[in-house]
Design a protein around this ligand. Structure first.
Ligand code: FMN
Length: 680
């Protein structure tokens, strides 16, 4: 990749929850490694750290938030460059490319980066490499990796050649790269976009689900063979990704150790300090025979929260996983010694120790609280692991999995089974990576975000389901989700004793708004759709409505909740609270669906069945500009089914075809009257 001369690249990012920022910083690092004179800035630093009019070659990485909006830290930049007083071609000296991040579960896919792309080109900027739009709803890597593979040759051409030819050439590069992947749907069209429609999405999701179920079964039946699955590449020549040297060095120290979580290094999503919140109470909301266990935990807080706010919980890796990893790496003897980390003296300039690694740490603590040891392993780390292997068969298999030719197998075997570095270490005994390799390659352990349910001047509560994964290929105990497993284990003594004498603390912090907050006026009609733990934020919405109603003088709009769970007697969350809200007319309408109970004829199974039953009224609310719809919960099925249901109802009750109904529905979304807070 070394480009010989010091050509200058500026990487600019707009990021709401940190993914675009992370990718931008990686591009910057790779560019420096490749010999470019590279710099990286957040878009909000325009006018302070960089001046867009002075930049000749920029790589933008930008995500989407809210309903197709640019991230908060990109908005001022967009306003600045599109100021009416500026000449139309004021960016004509700028050559740029753009990587957009979005999620096709949302109705305006990649709205933020597409806006940015449009604004840049409207003001005369020239594209030297086709934009890529990556989908967090399926897998960002599907587009990010081939886009990055194409970026370097495109940059090289840009610095060498006549710029006017570059766009079509680079489009070819990225499409060729994408076509190598199993999911050729991801190839970009001539506008560099991935288009999706409501129906495309539900088909795609159905297919993913079927494959996932098959894979789950394979995982359970043939745990040891997932990574050894017969490869079609056994006779192929392989092209491996570049091998980045390890530039970190850990060494023992006698220095004093100060207890900090990830060195108190800031989280991009934070909008306030991390606090060690005291746990006021914890209770299980479901019955013991429920399929999923839902827990509500209440924290004492000093920051005032309001309905619709989201908090982040700092979590820790599972102790069994950490112990196993330490033993597997042969680090048992040194695991509790005080260590420091430095950049090795032979490393290229500008390399640094990850800023979230504490000055003085123990290996055990670092694996517990700093690194994602369970996240899906990425190709650059696999490439590094290859170097550490002595067994040739094992080595070849890992080479296949990280090779360009093995793109399909990587997606299928590694991503499809959520294979982590632990699984690789368990399957390939000759793999012996150093501690430094893992610190350099494993991502930072991220806090997990939860919408607040109940709130008061000095407390908030959140609700979570304990996520259970079937089992692992490495014979460790069945595992839970990282954060929900951590919370469940921590809270268990309090749950069992049903008292608050036990003193527990959890590190939490407030996060930037995601736009999912109740309408400003009580006169607005409110339609809430939240099955399962998706009901949590609506408890806060209803609590706020109750407070407003107590002092209100104007006529309030309606408040309608569609809720769903499996069994009335087992997992009906907040039943007492919701019944009370209904009795007191704070909730004006309440529809509940039970998916696994014997139903009376016509009884609803899913929320969308209840919505259909009330179709005419729902459509009149959709068309009423005083109404806001909120959907919270599962992105894979529920949110898509509800959206399809809304479009079908519009078609039926306004007597139009599906295309015009979809158009009307999209209009409602862009008016920000249909909001979603969904997760996969
Ligand atoms: C609250 C919220 C709203 C979002 N809204 C959209 C959206 O309207 N359209 C879209 O394509 N993606 C949307 N996304 C998906 C993000 O853009 C995607 O997950 C991206 O990878 C996040 O990158 P970031 O961490 O740099 O912000 C949304 C994500 C969140 C959490």
């Amino acid at each position: 990749m070394n480009n010989g001369t010091k050509n200058k690249i500026t990487v600019l990012y707009g990021s709401q929850t940190g993914q675009a920022e992370e990718i931008a910083k990686q591009i910057h690092e790779d560019a420096v490694f490749g010999g470019y004179d590279a710099e990286v800035f957040c878009l909000k630093e325009e006018g302070k750290k960089f001046d867009i009019k002075e930049i000749k070659c920029a790589v933008f990485v930008c995500s989407t938030t809210g309903d197709g909006d640019p991230p908060e830290n990109a908005r001022k930049f967009l306003r600045t460059v599109s100021r009416k007083t500026l000449p139309n071609d004021h960016l004509s000296k700028l050559y740029y490319t753009l990587l957009g991040l979005g999620d096709s579960n949302y109705s305006t896919f990649c709205g933020g980066p597409k806006k940015l792309d449009k604004v840049l080109s409207l003001h005369g900027a020239n594209k030297f490499y086709e934009a890529g739009f990556a989908d967090d709803g399926t897998d960002l890597e599907l587009v990010v990796e081939p886009w990055l593979d194409g970026l370097w040759p495109a940059l090289k051409s840009y610095f060498l050649k006549d710029k006017s030819h570059i766009t079509s050439e680079s489009r070819e590069i990225i499409n060729n790269n994408l076509n190598e992947l199993p999911n050729s749907e991801s190839a970009l069209n001539s506008n560099g976009e991935q288009e999706t429609s409501v129906t495309d999405l539900s088909e795609k999701v159905a297919n993913i689900e079927i494959t996932e179920n098959v894979k789950k079964l394979e995982t359970t039946l043939l745990p040891d063979s997932i990574l050894w699955k017969k490869s079609s590449l056994s006779a192929s020549n392989l092209t491996l990704p570049p091998l980045f040297p390890i530039h970190l060095e850990a060494y023992p120290t006698d220095e004093e150790k100060v207890e900090t979580y990830q060195k108190n290094f800031s989280f991009p999503v934070a909008c306030g300090e991390v606090m060690n919140a005291h746990v006021r109470s914890a209770r299980v909301l479901t019955q013991p025979d429920a399929v999923k266990r839902a827990i509500e935990v209440e924290f004492d807080v000093t920051t005032e929260y309001k309905a619709g706010d989201v908090i982040a919980v700092c979590c820790y890796n599972n102790k069994l996983d950490v112990d196993w990893l330490i033993e597997r790496l042969g680090l048992t003897k040194t695991a509790d010694q005080k260590m420091k980390m430095k950049v090795s003296s032979v490393a290229p300039k500008k390399k640094e120790v990850p800023p979230y690694i504490p000055e003085v740490f123990t290996i055990r603590e670092m694996f517990t609280s700093c690194l994602e040891i369970r996240s899906v392993i990425k190709k650059p780390l696999i490439r590094c692991l290859v170097e550490s292997m002595s067994n040739l068969d094992e080595k070849r298999r890992l080479e296949e999995l990280c090779s360009r030719q093995g793109g399909g197998e990587y997606m299928d075997v590694i991503r499809g089974n959520m294979i982590s570095v632990l699984d690789i270490l368990a399957t390939f005994p000759s793999c012996k990576p150093t501690l430094e390799t893992l610190v350099q390659h494993l991502p930072r352990l991220q806090p997990r975000r939860y919408s607040i349910a109940r709130y008061g001047s000095n407390y908030v509560s959140i609700v979570f389901n304990v996520v259970q994964f079937e089992r692992d290929s490495n014979h460790l105990s069945p595992r839970s989700g990282i954060c929900t497993g951590y919370l469940e284990q921590l809270l268990q003594p309090m749950i069992e004793q049903q008292e608050t004498e036990i003193s527990l603390h959890v590190k939490i912090f407030p996060t930037k708004s995601n736009g999912f907050s109740p309408p400003p006026n009580l006169r607005n009609n409110l339609v809430m759709i939240g099955p399962g733990t998706g009901v949590a934020p609506f408890i806060g919405f209803l609590q706020q409505r109750q407070e407003r109603l107590a002092t209100n003088t104007e006529a309030p709009g309606c408040a309608w909740l569609f809720y769903g769970c499996r069994h009335k007697e087992r997992d009906f969350l907040f039943q007492d609270e919701l019944d009370k809200f209904k009795r007191e007319n704070i909730l004006t309408k309440f529809c509940v669906a039970f998916s696994r109970d014997e139903r009376a004829p016509g009884g609803a199974k899913y929320v969308q069945d209840s919505i259909k039953t009330n179709g005419e009224e729902i459509v009149s609310l959709l068309l009423d500009t005083d109404t806001v719809f909120y959907v919270c919960g599962d992105a894979r099925n529920m949110s898509k089914d509800v959206r399809t249901c809304m479009v079908e109802l519009i078609a039926k009750y306004t007597e139009c075809d599906m295309e015009s109904a979809l158009c009307k529905f999209n209009g409602i979304v862009s008016e920000k009257r249909y909001k979603e807070d969904i997760w996969t």
